[in-house]
Ligand binder design. Structure first.
Ligand SMILES: Cc1cc2nc3c(=O)[nH]c(=O)nc-3n(C[C@H](O)[C@H](O)[C@H](O)COP(=O)(O)OP(=O)(O)OC[C@H]3O[C@@H](n4cnc5c(N)ncnc54)[C@H](O)[C@@H]3O)c2cc1C
Length: 253
């Protein structure tokens, strides 16, 4: 059964992102020339300065560092949500160029955990629905002349939001902090939330100071959601601490 789950991999990022951010910030307050600034930054740990910068909310320096993620095992529904983030860059697998016609089996799809939790009968029913959509898709590709992208572009109209997609996504640090604030919150939908937490863990590993307090607002103080709060602040903070524990364990071998 081609059921897939969200998978996130930090592929690339700006080299030495925290040093670069420190340099951008120090340039604002320093009369030193660029070479002296660089030497100063490279010869001394910048953690304390960066912490102060983050507390101050001086945001433009953090825009200089970017991070690129490979995201797969996510639905077209995820795609609709994540691409609302206008300051990110995306490259998404095309349903025109990549046909989904199958002689056997069906397109990869995402099974929502709440449907899975209903039990085996519900899961089989959901799977049968995916098979039905695969059959409709195949029929339309054939009816449209089996002509590659020309057929795929219209046959895909009968594919569901559950169909898997994959993408590369790049965000700068400022956008990431905003994205993680919104999307790792329990108010966000489960799939984008799962991706956001996977991103957060990998970001804390490579840029521990900048992303130390990243995540939902309740990691930094009271829940900002007011009456819409999930009421599970303790659980959320424990999840964040668990991430830090895993990173420490990894780093200590
Ligand atoms: C829990 C939740 C529920 C949601 N429900 C819905 C829904 O029912 N319907 C719906 O349509 N959307 C919904 N959304 C999506 C939401 O409305 C935003 O489109 C999405 O979260 C992107 O946020 P953003 O615009 O802040 O972020 P980005 O596009 O990532 O922008 C980052 C920041 O840049 C600034 N910015 C970017 N573009 C502009 C601009 N053109 N003008 C001024 N400032 C700009 C803003 O400060 C913005 O916050 C939901 C989001 C969440 C988290």
């Amino acid at each position: 059964m081609p059921r897939v789950k969200p998978k996130v991999e930090l592929l690339r990022h700006t080299p030495d992102p925290e040093e670069l951010i420190a340099m951008a910030a120090k340039l604002c307050y320093s009369s030193a020339d660029i070479d002296d600034l660089r030497e100063g930054i490279e010869s001394k740990d910048q953690s304390k300065f960066l912490k102060r910068l983050m507390d101050m909310g001086h945001a433009s320096p953090i825009e200089h560092a970017s991070y690129t993620f490979a995201i797969s095992g996510v639905s077209r529904s995820f795609l609709a949500q994540v691409t609302r983030h206008r300051l990110a860059s995306f490259s998404v697998q095309s349903q025109r160029y990549v046909g989904q016609k199958r002689e056997e089996g069906e397109f990869a799809y995402i099974l929502p955990p709440a449907i899975e939790a209903l039990g085996e009968e519900a899961v089989l029913k959901y799977h049968a629905q995916m098979q039905q959509m695969q059959a409709w898709y195949n029929e339309w590709v054939t009816a449209l002349g089996d002509a590659g992208e020309k057929s795929n572009e219209d046959a895909r109209f009968v594919l569901p939001n559950a169909a898997e997609t994959r993408m590369l996504m790049t965000m700068n640090t400022r956008e990431l902090l905003h994205f993680l604030g919104l999307r790792s919150c329990n108010r966000a939908q489960w799939e984008i939330r799962e991706v956001a937490w996977q991103m957060l863990e990998q970001l804390r590993e490579v840029s521990p100071v900048i992303f130390a307090n990243a995540g939902p607002g309740c990691l930094r103080g009271a829940c900002p959601e007011g009456s819409k709060s999930c009421g599970r602040v303790k659980e959320v903070r424990e999840r964040s601490e668990e991430i830090d524990r895993r990173i420490r364990e990894k780093q200590n071998g």
